[in-house]
Design a protein around this ligand. Structure first.
Ligand code: M6R
Length: 591
């Protein structure tokens, strides 16, 4: 959470570059923003504002400066105010810092700084950093050394960028939050994520945890934060294009990414057969396979539990990444942890990997972002190849994750070819579904239910995790209170919530549980519920029927598509921005 970005080099419009880059990182936080530019006369110009940086005209930042840092915030410590917005500075304004993460021992550090006469303007944990840098700079007279020494004093997961009026360098340190260097033809970029500099360069160098980097725009030096030892880095060419990362003809990224599922399933399925079979063998021979993810990725793991059980007769343990600690007693060097993450940066997932590694268990990652921390730290990694996902609400990543997991389940059942065929068929069904008439039908359904404050979704078998996922999607973008249940659970309590007209979506397939879930829907209807059936076949109990194709084991992939579209239109019609839901950020890098 929070996006940080800096540039140093020959260009004289660093302020504008940073503002433009931050607009591409806004998905990481959008409470407030700020930029610090070092002007030619060596003083810092700082601008901070509450609100979204996308509303700012970057032409206002044409100051003559070739070094700048900026930040787009998702508040952790201190409310959403201009004072709490980054960059933060020391008293004389000679040092500016932008920070992503948490300084866990900030209170103790702040108390010490206050006792030594420093004054603070904000409630943030970050503000200790420029003051500590000032103290260390006085001792060492070298800004990079000051950054190294301060990094050794702070506890927590973080990434920060710092600049100082007396030196023409940008210094960054990383411990737990992502930082990537973009190697430009006329300078260096340092950012939380690649889209910030994608229109200037596709050549990147990754910082690892416990590393820092110093650059004057002409040369760059990576080193160990603790020892100062130099760490040579490879340059990597990334394949994402600017077009993929932009909205194009769509009003919102969310709709663009929903529509991209015409191709992304096929891209996810396009895995190397040999590698997929090797992974299946690793699962077969593991003493315990555990699957973890957070939010939507966790729901993909839950669906996979059904895939592995039904298709391959294989048991796996599924947990939300944040709750994985419970399993640590059962991990052995022969165990396998499968982590699922779109961003590849989610803090709870990284923590689960740490737990598994401490027991010498192997880790397989299923990720979207190539080169992300999870991708690099896993023993094996499979990419879902969905291209950049910018909307906070995860859509194409979910179906890509489920496609890869369903493929592995088939490989485990020694039916890889059948699995591929089934998934390619599902991809083509989704392509057919995503036509203007279908989308319009869901837009109209949204009109009908947009004023309801409660909505329930039921599913059974592999549609149960999709009921939970539907609730997340509707909650986060439309802010309607939505809850998902296993159909059979309703009469154990939640059915008490059903009133005359309460919308209830039933996710249905053509399988051995169809009768059961229809009965559950009938029970809701008998209590006044308004039944929206998402199903291959119509049924007299449906008040609205949203037709989906019969996709066998790929049913969860097709059933979630109309819900994503419905959630999108519920948000738009309720006047919400689906790309930037309130209180959320795309990449959750704090635990
Ligand atoms: O990047 P990740 O897949 O690890 O992110 C996990 C969750 O934060 C994410 O799926 C979140 O639940 C989405 N906002 C849901 O749409």
């Amino acid at each position: 959470m929070c996006g940080i970005f800096g540039y140093v080099g020959e260009r004289k419009d660093a302020g504008r570059l940073v503002v433009d880059g931050l607009k591409c990182l806004e998905y990481r936080g959008y409470d407030s923003w700020g930029v610090a530019c070092k002007e030619e006369d060596d003083h810092l110009v700082i601008e901070k504002k509450i609100g979204k940086i996308s509303d700012v005209k970057s032409s206002a930042f044409l100051e003559k400066c070739s070094i700048a840092v900026g930040h787009t915030r998702w508040a952790t410590h201190g409310g959403v105010t201009e004072e709490n917005a980054h960059p933060h500075t020391n008293e004389d304004g000679s040092i500016a810092v932008v920070h992503n993460g948490i300084v866990e021992n900030y209170q103790e550090l702040r108390d010490g700084l206050l006792a030594r006469g420093h004054t603070f303007l904000s409630e943030t944990d970050t503000e200790v950093l420029p003051h500590l840098l000032e103290e260390e700079l006085k001792k060492t007279n070298d800004f990079a050394s000051a950054v190294r020494l301060v990094s050794q004093k702070i506890v927590g997961r973080y990434a920060f960028l710092a600049l100082h009026t007396d030196s023409n360098v940008l210094v960054a340190a990383r411990n737990g939050s992502p930082l990537i260097v973009g190697v430009g033809s006329d300078g260096y970029f340092i950012a939380s994520d690649i889209p910030a500099f994608l229109d200037s360069t596709r050549t990147v160098q990754y910082l690892d945890d416990g590393e820092m980097v110093v650059t004057d725009g002409h040369s760059i030096l990576f080193s160990d934060l603790a020892t100062g030892e130099e760490h040579p880095k490879r340059e990597i060419e990334i394949t994402w294009s600017v077009e993929q990362a932009e909205k194009g003809e769509y009003q919102h990224y969310m709709l663009k990414e929903i529509m991209e599922q015409k191709d992304t399933i096929v891209r996810a399925v396009n895995q190397d057969d040999k590698e997929t079979r090797t992974i299946a063998e690793a699962i077969r021979s593991a003493r315990g396979t555990f699957l973890v993810g957070c939010g939507t990725a966790h729901k993909a793991c839950m669906a996979a539990e059904y895939f592995f059980s039904v298709i391959a007769g294989h048991h796996v343990n599924v947990s939300s990444a944040g709750e994985f600690k419970l399993y640590h007693h059962f991990l052995k060097p022969e165990s396998l942890l499968i982590v699922v993450s779109q961003s590849g940066e989610t803090a709870d997932v990284l923590e689960a990997m740490k737990i598994a590694k401490s027991k010498r268990a192997k880790v397989l990652a299923i990720v979207n972002v190539e080169g992300s921390t999870i991708d690099r730290e896993a023993d094996y990694s499979l990419l879902i190849n969905a291209g950049p996902e910018r909307a906070v609400a995860s859509t194409k990543a979910l179906t890509g994750q489920m496609a890869v997991l369903l493929l592995i389940a088939h490989a485990l059942a020694r039916k890889l070819h059948d699995g591929k065929t089934q998934l390619l068929e599902a991809g083509s069904m989704i392509n057919d579904m995503l036509n203007p008439r279908y989308v319009e039908r869901l837009e109209k359904l949204a009109e009908k239910i947009k004023h309801r404050e409660d909505l329930y979704i039921i599913g059974k078998s592999w549609n149960y995790p999709m009921a939970l996922e539907s609730a997340i999607k509707i909650q986060e973008v439309s802010n309607i209170h939505a809850e998902g249940f296993a159909g059979g659970e309703l009469k154990h309590g939640p059915i008490a919530l059903i009133e005359e007209g309460t919308p209830c979506i039933a996710l249905i397939g053509k399988d051995e549980v169809t009768g059961d879930i229809l009965s559950n829907a009938t029970e809701i209807k008998a209590r006044g519920g308004f039944i929206i059936g998402v199903s291959p076949e119509n049924n007299p109990i449906f008040d609205e029927w949203i037709k989906v194709p019969d996709a066998a084991a790929a049913q969860p992939l097709v059933n979630i598509i109309p819900i994503q579209i419905l959630a999108y239109y519920l948000a738009v019609q309720r006047g919400k921005d689906p790309d930037m839901p309130r209180n959320l950020a795309k990449s959750v890098t704090v635990k």
